[in-house]
Design a protein around this ligand. Structure first.
Ligand SMILES: *[C@@H]1O[C@H](CO)[C@@H](O)[C@H](O)[C@H]1NC(C)=O
Ligand SMILES: *[C@@H]1O[C@H](CO)[C@@H](O)[C@H](O)[C@H]1NC(C)=O
Ligand SMILES: *[C@@H]1O[C@H](CO)[C@@H](O)[C@H](O)[C@H]1NC(C)=O
Ligand SMILES: *[C@@H]1O[C@H](CO)[C@@H](O)[C@H](O)[C@H]1NC(C)=O
Length: 342
């Protein structure tokens, strides 16, 4: 009963804030907003009850654009915002093709011809929840952007995790790999590591005044788990596996490079990470989603762009990494050195 009163109060407060200017909201920390959105307490929430009383109307959809991590962010954000606003979410054929390779996703698919005939209201989303998003108008709304923030969907975490349930064959493949790595070792703790490299090696310093994970970060993050767990085994996935093999200290033999150094298919790599017990991510939505699905301890690279980076206009650390995750600040000295040298 108190929970229900709390929710109604929260909704009133949120709508009130929504009517104030966007500028004002910018000053409110995302964590303040999150106090209104309680995790996994959705069963008897006013939101759920409202949806039961008023059937979902219209057709809301999203992009899609980007790769697996981005698509998952768009899917979950569409799911949450459509529900919050009382509309029916649909995904495009293209998004369905990508995500249904590995997940038992359930949102209905909208036909390509229908997509082209509907007069959409395109609605750009920034990468954190905001009061405006509780009161989006329109029966045919199409979201754009790259939302991937728990602030959109953490209040319905269980529903999102259910959407991202792996297909049985994917699960079996992952367990088979982990079993092979384990061999006859006892009491093993699996730590999935995602090392994002590829285009980001250049994009981070050149476009965003930022860095990607270096050897020092990966040493610290792996040592954290070595100290804490009896027998940790690290499963590395990366789109720069050669760099990982050269730079990760495997003198203990506890690091396993998934796919023998070949870049695996993203779906397979993602499933492997998701079946580990804990996560070390570097940057990027792929690692964020691995940590979110695993639900164990997650270590992330923190503060990896300079304070004046344009990246911080589209991205907020506190809206991306869960409060209980452990951040290790990046070494920004390569950027400062570069500036001095110019
Ligand atoms: C939700 O409310 C109904 C009736 O008020 C109650 O019977 C049910 O147990 C509640 N469910 C949860 C999960 O609290
Ligand atoms: C297994 O390892 C954990 C720490 O990783 C330890 O707390 C626990 O006691 C171990 N269990 C056994 C049976 O050795
Ligand atoms: C690798 O780790 C071992 C401890 O297992 C340490 O003795 C060695 O100095 C490390 N090597 C490098 C290059 O960091
Ligand atoms: C760790 O992950 C493995 C593989 O998914 C699983 O079999 C095991 O139950 C997990 N251990 C814990 C403590 O959750």
């Amino acid at each position: 009963m108190t929970t229900r009163k709390f929710w109604i109060f929260a909704l009133v407060v949120v709508i009130f804030i929504g009517n104030m200017s966007y500028f004002y909201f910018n000053k409110i920390k995302v964590s303040t907003l999150m106090e209104f959105i309680q995790r996994s307490d959705q069963e008897n929430s006013s939101e759920t009850q409202a949806a039961t009383v008023h059937p979902l109307t219209g057709m809301w959809t999203v992009g899609p654009s980007g790769r697996l991590g981005n698509l998952m962010g768009q899917y979950a954000t569409l799911y949450a915002l459509a529900k919050l606003n009382g509309h029916q979410a649909y995904i495009t054929q293209n998004m369905h093709n990508q995500l249904s390779k590995i997940f038992k996703i359930k949102l209905p698919v909208i036909n390509d011809e229908a997509v082209s005939r509907i007069k959409w209201r395109n609605y750009w989303l920034h990468d954190w929840m905001s009061p405006d998003y509780y009161i989006i108008q329109g029966e045919y709304v199409r979201f754009t952007g790259y939302p991937c923030s728990f602030t959109f969907y953490d209040h319905i975490r269980n529903e999102i995790l259910e959407e991202f349930t792996f297909l049985d064959y994917v699960k079996e493949e992952s367990y088979a790999y982990l079993d092979k790595v384990r061999g006859d070792q006892k009491n093993v703790t699996f730590v999935g590591i995602h090392v994002r490299r590829g285009d980001y090696v250049h994009v981070m310093p050149n476009t965003w005044k930022g860095v990607i994970a270096d050897k020092g970060y990966l040493d610290k993050a792996t040592d954290y788990f070595r100290k804490k767990y009896e027998n940790p085994l690290f499963i590395v996935t990366s789109n720069g596996m050669a760099w990982c093999k050269e730079n990760m200290n495997n003198s203990r033999g506890d690091i396993h490079f998934a796919g023998d150094g070949q870049e695996g298919s993203p779906g397979r790599d993602f499933a492997l990470l998701a079946h580990c017990n804990h996560t070390i991510m570097t940057i990027g939505t792929f690692g964020v989603w691995a940590g979110y699905l695993v639900g164990g301890e997650t270590i992330y690279l923190d503060k990896y762009v300079l304070p004046d980076s344009p990246f911080l206009k589209v991205f907020k650390y506190e809206a991306t990494f869960l409060p209980e995750w452990i951040g290790i600040p990046a070494d920004l000295s390569p950027l400062l050195g570069k500036k001095d040298g110019q």
